[in-house]
Design a protein around this ligand. Structure first.
Ligand code: PLP
Ligand code: ZN
Length: 360
């Protein structure tokens, strides 16, 4: 398709695209997929969108995977963008929207990342996939691996919510519960993967999850009639969705779909695990590991994110912000959103603010 190469997000070193790769071989930072966007834009036009499939593969020209037969799909993406009038009135925001990602397969936006990661793993010949997860990523990987006929090995902190564990077991994954945090689970995979023949699909430790997540950015643009919102509030763990949206905006600008205006990107983290908020406040480009990380929003319990500098760069370049909230506030917000809008959300959640009238 239109992929030209992989590029290190920190040092810029180019890597070959058609190989199973994890991190930059020079500096150990994430690799991002680069496309021939001049070629992509010839068929991927705003006008061409109307007749396309109603999942994230509608943006086919800016997604990896060479051969359509390798696409592993459960109907992910193209989720509703709900106007949240009542909630907006209550909190004093005139145009508030919720991107309802619970309508994805496996009920979270992790499906977006896994459709692309698993499709690419299959295309490039991986047979065993491994991931550390404290929340929804594991269930998504288990489902997509099952769909692809690949073996799946999942490492979760022992106190991961039971529903997340059961979901993985029921979709045929090998689940190991470990004492410790997601970082300990990731380290265990790192130690064993070569001997076991596992391909590590940890967030941003392989280049393709972020490609699926970036479709959130394409969808927001399309659903808002090609005018991006003023503010995007993103509950941040590893940060893949935020990094992905930021990448999507740059690609859309290169293709002439949008101008230079960007939403202010806002990270929200739980106060018991807020490494990005702390680094933002301390004006650091890289975040220190957050000690004794603890929060009931288990998907946000990521004490050290390998894409920290990409999140922080996007927050700063966009004139955004980083805020932490207590678990009590998170839980109160889920029932407030539920009662005001009928959306039964996790203590993690995506909200968008628009100041101008849109046709949506
Ligand atoms: C519902 C939900 N929102 C947000 C996040 C955080 O996502 P990321 O790790 O991409 O920052 C997670 C992670 O598990 C999640 O499950
Ligand atoms: Zn590098």
């Amino acid at each position: 398709m239109n992929v030209t190469h992989l590029e290190c997000a920190l040092c810029g070193l180019k890597h070959e695209a058609r190989r199973l790769l994890n991190l930059c071989r020079e500096c150990g930072k994430p690799l991002l997929v680069r496309y021939d966007l001049d070629r992509a834009r010839q068929t991927l036009t705003r006008e061409s969108m109307a007749g396309r499939r109603s999942d994230l593969w509608r943006y086919r020209e800016v997604l990896p995977v060479d051969n359509d037969e390798n696409i592993v799909s459960l109907g992910e993406g193209w989720t509703p963008l709900l106007r949240a009038r009542r909630l907006g009135e209550r909190i004093g925001i005139r145009k508030l929207y919720i991107k309802d990602e619970s309508q994805n397969p496996t009920q979270s936006f992790k499906a977006r990342g896994m459709t692309t990661a698993v499709s690419m793993a299959k295309e490039l010949g991986a047979t065993k996939l491994a991931v550390p997860s404290a929340g929804n990523a594991a269930g998504a990987l288990a489902a997509y691996a099952a769909r692809a006929g690949l073996e799946c090995f999942i490492f979760m902190p022992r106190d991961t919510p039971r529903a997340n564990v059961v979901e993985c077991e029921q979709t045929g994954a090998h689940v190991t519960l470990m004492d410790g945090l997601i970082t300990d689970c990731g380290a265990e995979i790192g130690r064993r993967k070569d001997a076991e023949g596992w391909f590590d699909v940890s967030t941003l430790k392989e280049p393709y999850r972020v490609e699926g997540k970036k479709t959130l950015g394409y969808e927001l643009a399309e659903q808002f009639d090609w005018e991006l919102p003023d503010v995007i509030i993103y509950p941040t763990g590893g940060g893949t969705g935020l990094i992905g949206m930021w990448k999507a905006f740059a690609e859309m600008q290169d293709m002439g779909w949008i101008g230079t205006k960007r939403p202010r990107m806002v990270t929200v983290q739980a106060s018991g695990c807020a490494p990005i908020v702390r680094a933002f406040e301390e004006r650091k480009r890289f975040a220190d590991e957050f000690p004794n990380a603890a929060t009931t929003a288990s998907g946000l319990r990521v004490p050290k994110a390998i894409g920290d500098f990409l999140i922080l760069d996007a927050l700063r370049e966009s004139g955004g912000a980083a805020e932490s909230v207590t678990d009590e506030e998170l839980i109160a917000a889920t029932s407030e959103i539920g009662a005001a809008e009928g959306v039964f959300c996790a203590p993690e959640g995506l909200i968008v603010e628009k100041s101008k009238q849109t046709s949506v």
